[in-house]
Design a protein around this ligand. Sequence first.
Ligand code: AMP
Length: 115
Amino acid sequence: MTDSCIFCKIISGEAKATVVYRDEQVIAFRDIHPVAPTHILIVPNKHVESVSTLESEDEPLIGHLFTVASQLANEEGISKGGYRLITNTGVDGGQTVPHLHLHLIGGRRMRYPMG
Ligand code: AMP
């Protein structure tokens, strides 16, 4: 828990969000500025700043983020059509909230190339 972190505040219940899933390892809630019909953030309860600060002990947690993403995509009805998972990392990666998260984005055709 980091006092100034908005995602830590959502995890603790201090800040509101539209939570769609939670368990002992992760929380998932709808992005406040959705870029597609489905835009969910999957966030570890543990405050990990980004992919850059991951440690080997976090490997099961990262696997769990993807399993939850797959489950939520099923529930959102976007598995068959497909979707995009994004983890922005650091300033050049476009990360604006320094608490690791996976964007689950779908419900429309994604544009390519990225960047
Ligand atoms: P990133 O830019 O990859 O760090 O993604 C951060 C995401 O968090 C952005 O898409 C924001 O719209 C989203 N966001 C920021 N604050 C909140 C909040 N209070 N509730 C839900 N989503 C948020």
